[in-house]
Design a protein around this ligand. Structure first.
Ligand code: SF4
Ligand code: SF4
Length: 88
């Protein structure tokens, strides 16, 4: 790193979906701008719905549109923003 150069580390995003709270409405899938989410094509949750799953975690920006749209409050987004480093 050169003197005076600022380096911002990439943020880390954690997506948590409570699969048994999910009703499979697909709103989160529709509102995700980067195609991170999908409904499971493999299994059903305890209520018999296909739950939302994370398909492309690397594409998540942490915008939390999915969490805000979910009528069941089944999604939580945590964004870790490491401190910015500055060379002296
Ligand atoms: S936080 Fe944004 S980018 Fe990430 S899954 Fe939700 S809607 Fe998609
Ligand atoms: S918006 Fe909520 S209830 Fe609807 S599919 Fe997504 S996680 Fe499930």
């Amino acid at each position: 790193m050169e003197a005076g150069e600022e380096v911002a580390m990439l943020k880390a995003v954690t997506i948590s979906i409570d699969r048994d709270r999910c009703k499979g409405c697909e709103l989160c899938v529709s509102f995700c701008p980067t195609g991170v989410l999908a409904l499971s094509d493999r299994d059903f949750n305890a209520s018999g719905y296909r739950p939302a799953v994370v398909l492309r975690p690397d594409a998540c920006t942490g915008c939390a549109h999915c969490a805000r749209m979910c009528p069941e409050a089944a999604i939580s987004i945590a964004v870790l923003r490491p401190a910015t480093a500055m060379a002296r």
